[in-house]
Design a protein. Structure first.
Length: 153
């Protein structure tokens, strides 16, 4: 039996833009269903917000997102993420990790995902592999991109 993990991101009105951006970075198919598509009256403020959104690509990339309804209580921001002396310091409850097989493949994703992002650690060779980088994208999501090391066995 195989299992797949898909990160689910919660937004407050930016889910559609975030999903479109992630599709532009990773490719694949975009699915977006708005609250209004499921029967919420179109004149209500959240009717055009995303109740279910997903990007899936043939290369295995998958991410889901939705907009938390306006009447749901807001959560406090988790805080900034930094790296100091090779250690990640954060208050975030999750990161999205993308691992590829080549520096070229992952580097190209990095270049696109870095558009409008705050770079925490620039994509470069690391102690554990040929490429590693960390950034918080323009939607506030922290990403780790790395290249799998070839292990001798």
């Amino acid at each position: 039996m195989a299992l797949a993990t898909t990160t689910h991101l919660n937004f407050r009105g930016d889910a559609r833009a975030a999903l479109e951006f992630y599709r532009s970075v990773f490719g694949g198919h975009l699915t977006v269903v708005a609250y209004g598509d499921l029967g919420m009256p179109k004149e209500l403020p959240d009717a055009d917000k995303v109740v279910f959104g997903q990007v899936t690509a043939d290369n295995g990339f998958s991410i889901m997102a939705y907009d938390v309804p306006g009447h749901a209580p807001a959560t406090a921001p988790a805080g900034a993420t930094t790296r100091e002396n090779g250690v990640t310091l954060t208050g975030e409850r999750f990161f999205v990790s993308v691992r590829g097989e080549t520096v070229e493949e992952v580097g190209a994703l990095w270049d696109r995902l870095a558009d409008g992002a705050e770079v925490i650690e620039k994509f470069a060779p690391s102690q554990w592999g040929p490429g590693f980088g960390m950034l918080t994208d323009r939607f506030g999501v922290t990403w780790i991109l790395d290249v799998a090391a070839a292990y001798a066995g």
